[in-house]
Design a protein around this ligand. Structure first.
Ligand code: C5P
Length: 226
């Protein structure tokens, strides 16, 4: 009886979940950066819901104003993509489930100026270099982990998302369509389609991000052995 009770109330009890959230900031000089509008809300909701379901949660979080201090979450705050990569890699081996929902910057400035960049000429050119694909790197190291990524697409959504799932060696990918008014950055709602490696895509209605987080975690519980 106790075992059944636990399964119902804390279905992720004893499971280690690693979640990434938020944007990354890539520094140009001591006072400026290149970033994006991700709020961190989706990933943080996943971390909170996983905790409510009994999991042992580590959250690797880029700059976000959302607090998690009232939650029993091991939070590692990072700034840049390179810092996020180090944090994710150091936590990966121990994790049972890894959900990469961060909006990682694809490029970073080739150099960071030590002093504030002065305004001089009419034009300023900044050289950018590609950041490593953190999720792809984890996909290459994957052993027992259930690995989940996100995809934000504007066209050919299913096809592009499926391509990413294969390329990054994921178990499933969460597709958000930018075409949907209720999905995306800085919103409280999201409309997702879950695309598993084996099996058919499952489309959900637009919901608030707390409910979306529950859908993603329940999908794992229903479809994967952890
Ligand atoms: O290839 P794309 O950036 O569209 O893939 C999105 C997925 O890959 C997300 O899960 C995102 O967190 C992850 N990603 C990453 N490292 C990058 C770029 C994206 O882990 N440099």
């Amino acid at each position: 009886f106790i075992e059944n009770d636990l399964k119902e109330k804390a279905p992720l009890f004893g499971k280690k979940i690693l979640v990434s959230a938020g944007p990354t900031y890539e520094k140009l000089d001591p006072v400026r950066f290149i970033g994006n509008f991700s709020s961190g809300k989706m990933g943080i909701e996943i971390a909170k819901e996983a905790m409510e379901m009994g999991a042992d949660v580590t959250l690797v979080c880029g700059p976000s104003s959302i607090s998690t201090t009232n939650y029993n979450i091991n939070r590692i705050d990072v700034v840049s993509a390179m810092e996020m990569k180090d944090a994710m890699e150091s936590q990966f081996e121990n994790a049972d489930i890894v959900i990469m929902s961060a909006a990682v910057a694809d490029y970073r400035p080739a150099t960071m100026a030590e002093q504030k960049i002065k305004k001089n000429d009419e034009n300023l050119t900044i050289e950018l270099v590609k950041n490593p694909d953190i999720l792809k790197g984890l996909g290459e190291k994957k052993t027992h982990q259930i690995l989940v990524g996100f995809a934000l697409e504007t066209n050919n959504e299913l096809e592009f998302a499926k391509g990413k799932l294969e390329k990054k060696n994921l178990d499933f990918i969460v597709l958000n369509s930018m075409r949907d008014e209720q999905a995306g950055f800085q919103k409280n709602t999201n409309k997702i389609t879950l695309i598993p490696r084996n099996g058919n895509p499952v489309a959900y209605e637009a919901k608030n991000k707390t409910e979306v987080a529950k859908d993603i975690l329940n999908f794992i519980l229903e479809n994967y052995k952890i």
